[in-house]
Unconditional design. Structure first.
Length: 288
């Protein structure tokens, strides 16, 4: 039977998950739009509680409907008014997903095989760390970039935005279900943990002493690097700072080196997501 009442309790309960308090209370969050729901159903069906579509979107995105039913998920059809009442950003496709917090120690334990090199010849580990990043669009864009660059883990350290904020989830375009994400750990603890796991910690900052292109030119060539210079071909954790003020000096001091992205034009700086993408792809290329 199709859901038709936009004022029904179920609709109100789903819509409430757009707020942080309801997400924390119920341990669930919203995934809005066909791309995010498609990836949730495909890569994390064990966490998907309910899928909602209109009859029109069920027909248009029949692969979502087919995969959801094949996975034994609860699929509900509702009118356009019901789906809009649940979320005005859902485009007629919505899922309610269980939050499954990941401990940093468990996430780093999964890097051991990559660091040692397994039968498949995996590249060295690559981790992205966001330090007190507050803007949900930026956080989601960095998660998406980390996924595209082949990163193994993203950490939202300190007082960063809630990773399950609806705008963060939408901005990841489904990458939230491709790469592990850890949240809520103080930056100093993250740095200690990734360094203990064998990763070099690089802070990205426009005032860095080292040029990213210079490091990329000599990646993997020990005889060509200056003494003490980091090797981009090694296991690496990049730390990216707040979009407004960057990394504070105490945070920069936690890193093994501070690296700048070269600016060759007249732009004053790069925004957070762009700088993170450039740095992660530099490491990805060096690892390749």
């Amino acid at each position: 039977m199709s859901l038709a009442n936009p004022r029904a309790d179920r609709v109100k309960q789903v819509r409430a998950l757009s707020g942080r308090s309801a997400r924390q209370r119920h341990g669930r969050f919203l995934v809005e739009g066909p791309q995010g729901v498609r990836e949730a159903v495909r890569f994390a069906p064990e966490s998907v509680r309910d899928v909602y579509l209109t009859p029109a979107t069920a027909e248009r995105y029949d692969e979502i409907l087919t995969q959801a039913r094949a996975a034994g998920l609860y699929v509900h059809l509702g009118t356009r008014e019901v789906l809009e009442a649940m979320s005005p950003d859902a485009q007629g496709v919505l899922a309610v997903v269980d939050s499954r917090p990941l401990a940093l120690a468990d996430a780093l334990a999964g890097l051991d095989g990559a660091r040692a090199g397994d039968a498949g010849g995996r590249r060295p580990p690559l981790v992205a760390v966001l330090a007190t990043v507050r803007d949900p669009g930026n956080a989601g864009a960095v998660i998406r970039a980390a996924d595209a660059a082949g990163a193994d883990l993203v950490v939202l350290a300190g007082e960063s935005v809630d990773v399950h904020n609806p705008k963060v989830v939408r901005s990841t375009a489904g990458s939230l279900f491709h790469v592990p994400v850890v949240a809520g750990v103080p930056l100093a603890d993250v740095v200690d943990a990734v360094r203990a796991a064998g990763l070099t910690v690089l802070a990205a900052d426009g005032a860095g002493d080292l040029d990213l292109d210079d490091l990329l030119d000599v990646a993997g060539a020990a005889g060509e690097r200056a003494a003490g210079a980091p090797d981009l071909a090694a296991p690496t954790a990049w730390v990216f700072g707040n979009e407004a003020w960057g990394l504070a000096e105490p945070d920069r001091a936690l890193a093994d080196a501070v690296v700048r992205v070269p600016i060759r034009g007249r732009a004053e700086s790069l925004n957070l997501a762009t700088a993170a993408t450039v740095c992660l792809y530099a490491s990805s290329r060096a690892h390749r």
